[in-house]
Design a protein around this ligand. Structure first.
Ligand code: AMP
Length: 254
């Protein structure tokens, strides 16, 4: 039976018992508007652990654009249904005051990889991500935490933080789940218009093609995308584009 926890102190009591009983705790942090990409992480966590914890927290400190935060899709009732179907034990659903008793005066800052790719176009984004993930890992104390390769830069930065701060948790990367046609599933896809949804798969098609970076940019622009960046780092090609007002990201191995 799914139990929804609004107050992190309540979780601390449950956690104490779980740890006393040597239970494996699997954790999937999310911002809600759940889709089959989230579901893959949750199902894997269900297979590999005794207790499955999912969090939904639309973290304001990782949004550098107030309008983007305001528009972020919210589908709480459908989310609850999916969590019940997946046999999740606990949903952690805190508010800002509960997550940020310090009002974000304490931050985790990585000053190298976090300034590149999405960090270059969204200043402060990864400070917010790393800080909230550090808080969540410290309070949940999971055995394993699951992250999608769809947000590959985020996954690498979190894995690096866990190593740098000797944190006792295993970070498990999970393959990107895609729609038919190749579009990476994302909560933001819900904001695309019907027409935009038709051309959105071209992003992955060109990103994973054999074309050069300038050619990929040209093809995408021809089809109505605005380029944020297309870059290759360590055998991986990363991209971020705008389709109308919606920003899409993806990455592929090369
Ligand atoms: P979000 O709710 O967007 O913060 O995502 C929560 C977690 O789900 C992150 O670890 C994401 O990388 C992961 N995720 C989101 N979309 C996908 C996808 N299409 N495939 C795999 N993982 C995903």
């Amino acid at each position: 039976m799914l139990k929804v926890i609004y107050d992190l102190n309540e979780w601390v009591e449950i956690r104490k018992e779980a740890i006393r009983e040597n239970k494996l705790i699997g954790f999937v942090p999310t911002m809600g508007a759940l889709h089959l990409g989230h579901r893959a992480l949750i199902e894997r966590s269900r297979r590999e652990n005794d207790i499955v914890v999912v969090s939904i927290f639309v973290n304001p400190t990782q949004f550098n654009d107030a309008n983007d935060l305001k528009k972020y899709p919210k589908t709480y009732d459908d989310d609850l249904e999916m969590l019940q179907e997946c046999n999740v034990d606990y949903l952690i659903f805190p508010n800002y005051e509960n997550m940020y008793p310090d009002n974000y005066h304490y931050k985790i800052i990585e000053d190298d990889f976090s300034t590149k790719l999405c960090g270059a176009s969204r200043p402060g984004h990864f400070d917010g991500v790393l800080t909230v993930v550090m808080k969540l890992l410290n309070i949940i104390k999971p055995t394993c935490a699951y992250f999608g390769e769809k947000d590959y830069q985020q996954y690498k930065l979190i894995a690096g933080m866990v190593k740098a701060f000797f944190m006792d948790v295993e970070i498990v990367p999970c393959k990107t789940v895609r729609a038919e046609g190749g579009l990476a599933l994302s909560s933001r896809n819900k904001l695309l218009t019907k027409d935009e949804l038709k051309i959105a798969p071209l992003f992955n098609k060109f990103l994973s093609s054999n074309l050069s970076i300038p050619e990929i940019k040209m093809e995408l622009e021809k089809n109505g995308f605005k380029i944020d960046y297309i870059e290759e780092i360590n055998n991986r090609r990363f991209g971020a584009v705008f389709l109308g007002k919606v920003r899409l990201i993806d990455n592929v191995e090369i």
